[in-house]
Ligand binder design. Sequence first.
Ligand code: PBG
Length: 330
Amino acid sequence: MIITGKYPNLRLRRNRKTDWSRRLVQESNLSANDLILPIFIVDGKNKKESIKSMPGIFRYSVDKIPVIIDTAIKHKIPMVALFPYTNSKLKNNLGQESLNENNLVCKAIRSIKKKYKNKIGIMCDVALDPYTSHGHDGILNEGKILNDETIEILIQQSLLQAEMGCDIIAPSDMMDGRVGKIRKALDKNKFQDVQILSYAAKYASSFYGPFRDAVGSKKSLKGDKKTYQMDYNNSLEALREISLDIKEGADMVMVKPGMPYLDIIKLVKENFKIPVFAYQVSGEYSLIKNAIDKKIISENSILETLVGFKRAGASAIVTYFADKIAKSLK
Ligand code: PBG
C-alpha cells in the first residue's frame, strides 16, 4: 500500500470534513437491493401474532402476507425468505409435513407467485426442523441424525417447493452431499433454472434461539445440532464446506450467523468468486432490537451492522430489519 505523504501535509481528516465529502469517498454502499426479508407464516386467517423472543416481528397467516410483500416491493427488497410455524400435531420423527403440498410454505409460495409473479423472489429453507417432533434438521435415529436418509426427504422437499414456484432453494440442514443431489434432482425434473443458495458455512450457534421460538421448535429440540452444524472454533473447515458446495452446484453460499462471523465472510469472498450471503440471525436481531427499545443504543446501530456485512464482502444480507432499513435507505 502506498501512503502519499505524512502529517502535517497529509491529514486524513480532510476527506471527512463534510457530509458530502464523506459520501464522495465512501467505500461500501448498502442499498435495498442487498436485503432479504424473512417472513414467518402461521396457520389461520387474518392473523398477525407477536413472537415473544423477537419484539417487532410477527407470524402472519397466508392471507396477510400481501401487506408485507407490498411494502417490501415498494422499498425495492429483491427477495423474501419463508419460514413456517407448524402446528405440533403435524410434526413427526420424519418431518413428513414438509412434503405436504398444502403445508404453510407451499400455500404461501402459491399465493405470492399468483399475485406477484416475478416482481419479488422467494427463497425457502430446505431442512426438516420446522416439521420434526424432535426439532432437528434431519431424521433422528437412536440419538443420531441420519445423513443419507435425510437427503432423500430433502430432495422431495426441494422438488415440491420448486414445483410450487419457489425461486431459490436454500438447504440449511448441513447434511453432507445434499447440494449435489438436490441439483441433480431439480435438473432431472426440468427445474434447471431454480437457484440453489447453500447455507454452506452454518455454525452451531446460540444465536438461533429466538428463531426456534418463532417456528415453534425450541421446546421440542432434543440436544444440540453440533453433529451437523459447524464448530465455531473453525474457519478452514468453512472453506472446505464452501468449496464442496460450489463443486456440487451451489449458485450462492451463505455464512451464518452474521456478526461474530465477519472474518468468515471475508475469507470466503477472498477465496471464491461466488456471491456470498450473510444471515444476521434472530439472536442478533433481538439483542440489537432490545437495546434500541431500552434506548441503550440508537437506531443507527442497525445500519452500522449491515454495512459491516457489506464491508466484509457480503453480496446480500438476510435480516429481520430488512423492511425498516430498506425504507430508510430511500
Ligand atoms: C433451520 C434454520 C435455523 C435458522 C434458519 N434456518 C435454525 C437452526 O438451524 O436451528 C436460524 C435463523 C435465525 O436464527 O434467524 N435449519
